[in-house]
Structure formats: structure tokens, C-alpha cells
Design a protein around this ligand. Structure first.
Ligand SMILES: [Fe+2]
Ligand SMILES: [Fe+2]
Length: 475
């Protein structure tokens, strides 16, 4: 089951050739997908040979092959992690039943919604990143961008396979609609707000892959626990690919900080204006980008109290992060969880039924994981002997979803007036001027091993190649 058949039009490890109707339906969707890639995928990249990894197996050992590929010829396929013998539904009201190999009728609408919502984010991020290739700070980075792009395309395939196989005509219509919604479109936008934001520059790209791909990790982890076994298996394999996306984000921000710290030490300067005169990104601007991406991304977890979240859990459709590692009854009835609410102009804790707070539970797990990486960034500053530290803003800061939506909260968690917000927002979120400054640094660097001035080289190359390896052949 784990070996992938590349002789087929659509590479897969799901015995696609044994289900002719499904194969035909997907082969019908394939040219539409390729057309979408041409129209909305990476700008001006059609002729490049890119050093990409391609999945060849779904077992952890040696799952990927590396080689130069023209991106439109990349073999997008359908790869599910191996079926676990005797797997059960591990939480909710169906706990202990055999995991479902088909969609239970009563959960069909909810499952479809979950799969469509996840699927929609995948092509959205490709669209958001489509112009970045024109301003890549190095070949190494350009290759990483394209690697992420082709894999997000494959994640769309992963969700489209489930829609086609298990949801009949509705599923096929949803798969078509995935190619028609577009990030940032006025009349047909992507489903979730963070996926309609622009990713205008490489600092935004690294922040996006650090924070927003990490949202992907947590959503996929929760869906990998699903009682619907094909969803679980597909998400488990997607997570293998996702790790690299977050690595690109974390190391990208880290290299940006490192370069800035070098300049600050070298010239003995701290003032952001002076730092900018050396063509690197001041730490204050990095903090404002962090605040923006963090706050926009935690909105993705949804309202802090949600009856849908309770339903998805009780029905066995979407679990918690690391559900099966937790030592509780996995039903959560009668359990409570602390969320924040506003009382008398202050943020105070309040206990609510755990089942209704599962979005908040997942968000809090996400925040913990995010902060660990911010601490690693701070190690770079510490090592350089600088006192500046980056920080995650308070979780009520700049929120648009949930009970903090529309409230004015400072990054340190104080409820503030509209006047104070307006007076200080330029210190807290990237201003037009910040974005224009960062944009002014973005220029394309294409010689192997060379880096743009604002970023340090990576510690090592990809797949044990050197940093100055020719990752992209432009032809
Ligand atoms: Fe993805
Ligand atoms: Fe990703």
C-alpha cells in the first residue's frame, strides 16, 4: 500500500486504476487543476528546472526523491499513509467503534464542510505567494518557495480525492469550486480571512509559513485523529510534508534576525532608522510583522465558544491535538475549560463547558508551539549580545473572530480606547511605510550561493547539497 505507482496518469497509492469511474472523474479534474496552476501558480516559473522533492513512498524512511523538475511537470498525486490494522474511533460518542472506511450518512454534511474548508486553504496559499519568485533573496529560498507551492498543490489533490471518492456529485462540484475561488477576490474569495490577505514580501512569506502553516499543522493533527479513516490517513501524510514548510518559515525569520543583529553589532547601533540605513530590517518592524501574522492566524481557529466544534468532536470527526496521547475520557462531557471574556472593561477568565471551547483548546496548544519558536529566535539576539526580545502579542490583540472581535486590546493585553489604539497602532502593526521599506529591499538574487543583503545564508543546504548548489536552473 505504501509504494506509489508513477506509471499512472495520476500517481497514487490508493489503487486508483481499480475504480474506473473515480479515475475518470479525477482525470477530468486534472487538466482544470493544471490550468489553474498556469493561471494562478508561481509567476514566470514555467521554464525553470527546480530541485524538488517528490514523494515516492509514504513510509518515514526515504519517502522522498530529489531532482530537478520543471514545475508544470511535477507529478501531483494521491498519497495516503498506510491503513492501521484495527484502528478505532478514539473520542466522542462513537469511541471504541471501528474507524469508518466510508462516510457515515448522518455526518456527511459536516465532514464535507471540514474537508472543503481545509482544502480551500491549500491553493489559496499558492495564490497568495505567486509573485514572490520575482524577488527571491537567493536560489536556495526560491527553491524552498517552489517546494512549498507544489506541495500545497498536492494537498489540494489530497482533499479533492476525498471529495471525489466519498461525496459523489456534491464532492465533484466542491472540487471544481476550489479552482474558482481565488485569494483576495472581491466576488469569489477563499473561505477563511487569513487566506485572502496578501503575502507581499519575503518577511511576510517567512512569517506566513511559520505561523499560518503551523495553523495547518494543528488542523491536520486534529483531523489526523478523525474517526473517518481516509481523512486521518491523508492528513497523516500531509503532515510529513508540512514540517518543511514551517522549517522554511522559522529559519527564514531566524536568518533575517541574524543579519540584522550582525549589522547592529558591527556598527554599534540600535536605532531602527540607523539600522535601516544599512539595508536590513529593523527588529521593531520584524516584531510588527510577527504581531500581524500571529493575530491573523489565531483567528483561524474560530470562535472561542462554538457548538460546531462540540459537534465535530462528539461525532468523532475532528479530535484535539495529540488526542490519543491524552489521559482523559476522550468524551469531555462535564469537563470545563478557562477562556477569556471582557468584564467591566477588563479581560477576565471564565469557565465554560470544555466541548464548546475546543477551538480555544486547539488555539492555546498552537500558541504554546508558536512561542517555542519565538524563543529560539530570541536566542539569536541573545547570542549576538543584544537586549531586544521578540514577543507573541496577547491573544486578544487585533482579533476579528470570537469574543474579542472589534475590541481594542494592546499587545500586552490591556483593554484600551479607540484613541489610544489609533495613536499607537503604528508601533504595533506594520504600517504602509514599513511595508514599503521592506518591499524596497526585495530584489531578485539568482547567482548560486549569493544572498540578498538583508538576510544571512542558511546553515546548510537542501538534501545535504551545499548552499551554493544550483537549486534552480533558469534555462
Ligand atoms: Fe498544506
Ligand atoms: Fe504548508
Amino acid at each position: 500500500m505504501s509504494s506509489i505507482d508513477y506509471s499512472e496518469k495520476i500517481p497514487n497509492n490508493v489503487n486508483l486504476s481499480e475504480d474506473r469511474a473515480l479515475q475518470r472523474a479525477l482525470e477530468h479534474w486534472q487538466p482544470n487543476y493544471l490550468q489553474w496552476w498556469q493561471d494562478m501558480g508561481p509567476d514566470g516559473s514555467q521554464n525553470f528546472d527546480v530541485y524538488l522533492r517528490t514523494a515516492i513512498s509514504t513510509t518515514p524512511e526515504g519517502w522522498a526523491h530529489f531532482g530537478h523538475v520543471k514545475m508544470p511537470d511535477y507529478r501531483w498525486g494521491i498519497f495516503l499513509a498506510a491503513q492501521e490494522e484495527g484502528r478505532q474511533v478514539n473520542f466522542g460518542e462513537h469511541k471504541g467503534e471501528a474507524a469508518w472506511q466510508d462516510v457515515p450518512g448522518e455526518h456527511r454534511a459536516n465532514l464535507r464542510r471540514i474537508i472543503v474548508t481545509q482544502g480551500d486553504t491549500e491553493p489559496a496559499s499558492v495564490e497568495q505567494q505567486r509573485h514572490l519568485g520575482l524577488t527571491a533573496p537567493s536560489q536556495y529560498d526560491l527553491r524552498n518557495l517552489f517546494q512549498i507551492n507544489v506541495e500545497e498543490g498536492r494537498h489540494l489533490w489530497a482533499m479533492v480525492y476525498l471529495l471525489h471518492k466519498y461525496f459523489g456529485r456534491d464532492g465533484r462540484e466542491e472540487a471544481e469550486a476550489m479552482l474558482h475561488r481565488h485569494s483576495g477576490s472581491q466576488d469569489n474569495p477563499r473561505i477563511l480571512e487569513a487566506f485572502n490577505e496578501e503575502t507581499p514580501d519575503w518577511l511576510a512569506f517567512y512569517m506566513f509559513t511559520y505561523f499560518t502553516d503551523r495553523d495547518g499543522k494543528f488542523q491536520l493533527c486534529a483531523l489526523a485523529e478523525s474517526g473517518f479513516d481516509p481523512l486521518s490517513r491523508t492528513c497523516r501524510f500531509m503532515l510529513t510534508e508540512e514540517a518543511h514548510h514551517m522549517f522554511v518559515g522559522e529559519s527564514g525569520v531566524s536568518r533575517t534576525i541574524q543579519r540584522t543583529a550582525e549589522i547592529m553589532k558591527q556598527h554599534g547601533i540600535e536605532d531602527p532608522e540607523q539600522v535601516r540605513q544599512h539595508g536590513v530590517i529593523d527588529l521593531q518592524t520584524i516584531q510588527r510583522y510577527l504581531n500581524f501574522h500571529f493575530s491573523v492566524t489565531i483567528d483561524l481557529f474560530g470562535a472561542d465558544q462554538s457548538s460546531n466544534a462540540a459537534t465535530f468532536y462528539s461525532a468523532g470527526l475532528k479530535g484535539r491535538y495529540e488526542e490519543t496521547k491524552r489521559a482523559d475520557d476522550h468524551a469531555l462531557k462535564g469537563d470545563h475549560y478557562k477562556i477569556l471574556e471582557v468584564k467591566d472593561g477588563k479581560l477576565v477568565e471564565k469557565e465554560v463547558p470544555m466541548l464548546n471551547a475546543l477551538n480555544e483548546v486547539l488555539r492555546d496548544d498552537y500558541i504554546k508551539d508558536s512561542i517555542a519558536g519565538i524563543n529560539r529566535w530570541n536566542k539569536v539576539l541573545e547570542k549576538a549580545g543584544l537586549s531586544f526580545r521578540l514577543q507573541a502579542p496577547h491573544k486578544a490583540f487585533n482579533r476579528h473572530i470570537g469574543s474579542f472581535a472589534g475590541m481594542r486590546v494592546s499587545p500586552d493585553g490591556r483593554m484600551i480606547s479607540e484613541t489610544e489604539w489609533q495613536g499607537k497602532v503604528r508601533n504595533w502593526l506594520p504600517s504602509e511605510e514599513d511595508r514599503a521599506y521592506v518591499a524596497s529591499l526585495m530584489g531578485r538574487v539568482v547567482e548560486p550561493g549569493k544572498m540578498a543583503n538583508w538576510i544571512a545564508p542558511p546553515a546548510i543546504g537542501i538534501n545535504r547539497q551545499s548552499v551554493d548548489f544550483e537549486y534552480v536552473r533558469f534555462n
